[in-house]
Ligand binder design. Structure first.
Ligand SMILES: [Mg+2]
Length: 365
């Protein structure tokens, strides 16, 4: 049965300056680029996006639009497989999967809007809300800024927060002191080294983080490409400190490799990188088969819907950059309530509307 045919794929990209310079253990940046895909079926439009370089937009135009146009909106998995087949030689991991992710999320949104239902209901969701953790605490921030930002999330009722570490390890004790003082003893404190440390340094810091500041979560202590290193941290690090990675998982095999290696206590996945809603649901099944929880990485307003369909959901990263950018560019963004993001079931699709006129000044493609 034909539901509705995709008539056009529209792509644009926007580079939005950050509110101040940001850095983590291995990268510095002062802007964030979002690639927006709008999939049309007659008058109906589905909206998807990915956080990636402007080249992701070109990739969609060059490799994917022709695969999607003319297809039935109901057949998302078939289109997803055909997009993957189309880019075999151009490259699936990286830019290729970010492009597929943006198209896939637009297709899911379009399908839900055509049926007049919220996206979460199209997924046979396992949850109706997603716990979040506040995420920021950049290594470029002053101690006062770290305290204000992390303390602000706690004041909003979010009981867990994450900060960046390990760019200048000698500065971290004062940074963690400031964070713990601002958030009190009852808030879970997470740290993210973004792969900055060697195995031995990471092991030493794992014990210090846990013993001195009660840290609960150590993300990418070593590079997420170092599966044996992550496993070593997991086996020899202190009890109560979870090792997490997965934000650079693009294809399903990336997640399988982390799980088979026993590299993570909790698997991260990014809906804008791992193949969109279709990809997240696959990662969710894989993780459930390994008895491992999933935590969503970034893009909070898209993730809130997709993650409701993940059986072993733990939480979602409420990332400062993306919260700010999504509020700038979209109407219908969600606000944390009781430490959760709850998809708005009164709106069809994921509920976001693109503020095209407001976005225009940031347009780069
Ligand atoms: Mg991270």
């Amino acid at each position: 049965m034909t539901e509705a045919q995709v008539t056009k794929v529209e792509v644009s990209a926007y580079e939005v300056p950050t509110d101040e310079p940001e850095s983590d253990g291995t990268l510095e940046w002062d802007s964030t680029t979002i690639v927006v895909v709008e999939v049309h079926a007659g008058d109906a439009v589905g909206l998807g996006y990915s956080y990636g370089d402007v080249s992701v937009a070109r990739f969609v135009e060059s490799m994917l639009s022709s695969v999607v146009e003319g297809r039935d909106v109901a057949d998302i998995s078939a289109v997803w497989l055909d997009m993957g087949a189309q880019i075999r030689n151009a490259g699936r991991p990286g830019v290729g999967m970010m492009a597929i992710s943006a198209v896939d999320t637009a297709l899911w949104d379009l399908k839900a809007r055509l049926r007049g239902v919220p996206l979460v209901d199209l997924l046979n969701a396992a949850h109706d809300a997603v716990p979040v953790y506040g995420s920021g605490g950049f290594t470029s921030y002053s101690l006062e800024h770290i305290a204000d930002q992390l303390g602000g999330w706690v004041a909003q009722g979010i009981p867990r927060v994450k900060m960046k570490t390990s760019r200048h390890p000698d500065q971290d004790p004062a940074r963690l002191d400031a964070a713990r003082k601002a958030i009190g003893d009852d808030t879970e404190l997470f740290v993210d080294a973004n792969g900055a440390l060697t195995r031995k340094a990471a092991l030493e810091w794992a014990h210090r983080f846990r013993a001195e500041w009660g840290v609960r979560w150590f993300e990418e202590p070593v590079s997420s490409a170092d599966l044996e290193g992550l496993r070593l941290l997991r086996d020899r690090g202190p009890g109560g400190l979870d090792i997490a990675a997965g934000e650079y998982g693009f294809v399903l095999a990336d997640f399988r490799n982390l799980l088979v290696a026993g590299a993570v206590d909790c698997l991260q996945a990014d809906v804008t990188r791992c193949g969109g809603v279709t990809g997240v649901l696959q990662v969710g099944g894989l993780a459930a088969g390994h008895q491992i929880d999933v935590s969503g990485h970034c893009a909070p307003n898209l993730s809130a819907h997709a993650l409701c369909g993940v059986l072993r959901l733990r939480h979602l990263e409420y990332f400062h950059d993306h919260v700010r950018l999504e509020q700038l560019l979209f109407d219908g963004t969600l606000s944390p309530d009781g430490g959760c993001l709850r998809p708005d079931r009164s709106r069809p699709g994921h509920g976001l509307t693109f503020k095209r006129a407001d976005a225009e000044r940031y347009r780069v493609q």
